[in-house]
Design a protein around this ligand. Structure first.
Ligand SMILES: Cc1ncc(COP(=O)(O)O)c(C=O)c1O
Length: 385
């Protein structure tokens, strides 16, 4: 977003004019930012034969999906509805990896019928798959992240052990027995290590675990390292260096190749990294209130349209589009719902008045896709720039 002669511009558009034309609240996505992020990701892992399955739960806007398709990405889907949506946008079924957890087995059956690939995360599904399809349907196996990093890892300490996703160490022997019993073709091994990767060794550590297992499974042709890389939401945010993450993979892969003569593909499932920075939520200030020493700006959006501040205490940069050069003022920005709905607390912004337009930045991931119609409010409009 650039300030040009006193007017904020986004992807060459005047932001105030966009809001006037299309109304608020309004989600905007900047195509060039998504292209840049895909390019960065590809460059970092360019030394490897790799494939990206975009985690569409982060943002399933049709234009975003079309862009990902045109850029040659596949899809990581978590529901039969996402699969159908991706097919309708034009993805080939074999480009869609389905990673369900806790859904009825019926959804897996429908996914198989449609031709999507399956990523199996528990023994129940594995057994049901074996019994229903014998060896006819291949799959990847999702491994529990507790196998990857020690509890002392600085990534969300303990998260790896507490995660409920994937097949755990104590279940692995049984999983391998089921694979053998039913003749299931395991084509890949997967781990989504965390949604807050900070440790740059994590991919290397994950690869070692998956590759060790791949030695016992001769049909494995890919290891999938999931998503979890986030761009910094503000300058001081700790974030991993993509090149260092990629570098951590070199040794384990080289060793595996030289020992087994097999070379495996690397798969990734980034969501947030590709789309977070592309998104801006425009919102209008309806009410300014002075209360208990606070100045509060109540806006025409809220946690029904951007849940992250409420759910994760997430920080999103806010710009006052209407008054870029106003005197700085400390203000709380809250939504229009009938409960505590802080979007930002004690933020220093150029003076905010009723009717001003605010831009909430980095809202491209888990923004609209987590939105609801709480308070019977309609969903906001979305637009790709
Ligand atoms: C299995 C799996 N893959 C990929 C992702 C995408 O994660 P992110 O958006 O943090 O890259 C998630 C997020 O929950 C996930 O559970």
């Amino acid at each position: 977003m650039q300030l040009n002669e006193g007017r904020w511009q986004l992807a060459g558009h005047d932001v105030e004019a966009l809001a006037e034309q299309h109304g608020t609240p309004l989600y905007l996505y900047d195509e060039q930012t998504i292209r840049r992020q895909v390019k960065r990701f590809r460059n970092a892992f360019g030394a490897f034969d790799h494939r990206i399955h975009y985690a569409m739960k982060a943002n399933s806007n049709r234009d975003v999906l079309l862009l990902m398709k045109n850029l040659g990405l596949g899809i990581d889907a978590v529901s039969i509805y996402e699969i159908r949506h991706a097919l309708e946008v034009g993805f080939d079924a074999h480009q869609i990896l389905f990673t369900p957890n806790g859904v009825p087995f019926d959804e897996l059956e429908q996914a198989i019928e449609l031709g999507a690939r399956l990523n199996i995360e528990n023994l129940t599904y594995l057994e049901q798959l074996g019994e229903a399809y014998r060896g006819d349907v291949p799959c990847t196996l999702r491994i529990h992240p507790g196998l990857v990093m020690p509890p002392s890892s600085r990534d969300a300490t303990g998260w790896y052990q507490r995660s409920r996703f994937g097949i755990g160490e104590d279940q692995m022997a049984q999983a391998l027995r089921l694979v053998e019993l039913h003749g299931i073709r395991v084509e890949g091994l997967h781990v989504h290590s965390s949604s807050m990767i900070l440790d740059e060794q994590v991919f290397g550590a994950a690869a070692k675990v998956l590759l060790d297992l791949a030695r016992k499974l001769p049909n494995v042709m890919a290891i999938d390292l999931g998503g979890g890389i986030r761009p910094p939401y503000r300058d001081e945010d700790d974030h991993p260096d993509l090149d260092a993450l990629a570098h951590s993979l070199t040794k384990p892969l080289e060793q595996f190749e030289s020992e087994t003569g097999r070379s495996l593909q690397l798969w990734f499932e980034p969501g947030r990294y590709l789309v977070a920075e592309s998104g801006t939520l425009l919102t209008r200030v309806n009410v300014i209130k002075q209360l208990g020493g606070r100045t509060i700006a109540a806006v025409d959006t809220g946690f029904h349209q951007l849940l992250r501040p409420k759910l994760y205490d997430a920080w999103h940069e806010i710009k006052n589009i209407s008054n870029p050069h106003g005197p700085q003022q400390v203000i709380d920005v809250c939504g229009c719902l009938c409960e505590e709905d802080d979007l930002a607390k004690a933020r220093s912004l150029p003076e905010v008045r009723e009717g001003h337009l605010l831009a909430i930045r980095n809202a491209g991931a888990y923004g609209y896709s987590m939105a609801s119609t709480y308070n019977s409010r309609p969903l906001p409009a979305e637009m790709m720039l």
